[in-house]
Design a protein around this ligand. Sequence first.
Ligand SMILES: Nc1ncnc2[nH]cnc12
Ligand SMILES: [Zn+2]
Length: 352
Amino acid sequence: MCRTLLHPLLAALPKAEHHMHLEGALSPSLLFTLAARNSITLPEPAIDAAFASPASLLDRYTRFSSLDDFLHYYFIGMKCLIKEQDFEQLAWEYFLKAKSDGVVHAEVFFDPQAHTGRGITYETVVNGFTTACQRAERELELSTKLILCFLRHLPVEESRMTYAQARMDLETGRLAGLGLDSSENGFPPGAWKEIYGTAKNKGIRRTAHAGEEGPVEYIREALSELDVERIDHGIRLAEDTSLMREVAQKKILVTMCPLSNVRLRCVKDVKELPIRTFLDSGVMFSINSDDPAYFGGYILDNYCAVQEAFNLTAREWEGIAKAAVECSWCNSSRKTHLLEQLNETMVRFGHG
Ligand SMILES: Nc1ncnc2[nH]cnc12
Ligand SMILES: [Zn+2]
């Protein structure tokens, strides 16, 4: 529980989340449950002691040395997801937690190649996640969007095959858009130019992880080559003032994940993130959880960590929450409704 005076307001703010990986909501306890249910053999504790118990795995997650060190555990964990029902349960448990953190709109990533590559069908993954999304809309009044991410450590040809599989879902809106994730250094985004260009011509939304561990040049390339509408992480953006000005002017949303950046050692402390610089430069950003089961917190924990580091005003938080709604990929009537909810919350807290 955070001790900031603004905690009640932060908890109550209607939040839009734009950067969380559903597979990153797989808690050690669910991982062990699914492994038992699906008869999946986890690495022997004699080989990796982290797999002795859910508690030891959770403890190992506090000591990631890099993005790739985390991804090693992330890809092992998701091997426990086998049936449609597993994907549904994973997403549903995230939506329940998100709702309790004040999330009213969630745009969530998933990595189909990490499943199809081990024999799980594309339909199993998408059907399971879609069922949970529909239930969240119905029972939690939480609007949702699914974003398909390509794995950048795999050959681009495999992304092309995944795009072909997902094309109808992308064109009909069952999937809201495309993203690019996994290992960053050594995998510049420009290689996905052709796929992103095809998607753009079909009116499909586009985002990409850039400037997390990788250099600011990858942010520039994602903008110039992929014509992305968002940058995921983007913490290196402040290193290039003219690019930062362009991002502000084009209203490109930077989806920040503070606790993730600390856990993966992209920064030593949340205080090092360019939040104040972004606010002063008019860069629109949202605060997100990335892989909440691995990084020690869900969205509200991330809001609190930012507040403890930057001591923002209630008005600044209103601006952040507003930008998050405005840059969401939901329709304008949903946005209007969410902005009204935000306004009512500010009035209730004496900031009308
Ligand atoms: N933080 C992150 N960066 C890149 N790829 C990811 N996939 C899941 N989490 C990720
Ligand atoms: Zn991410």
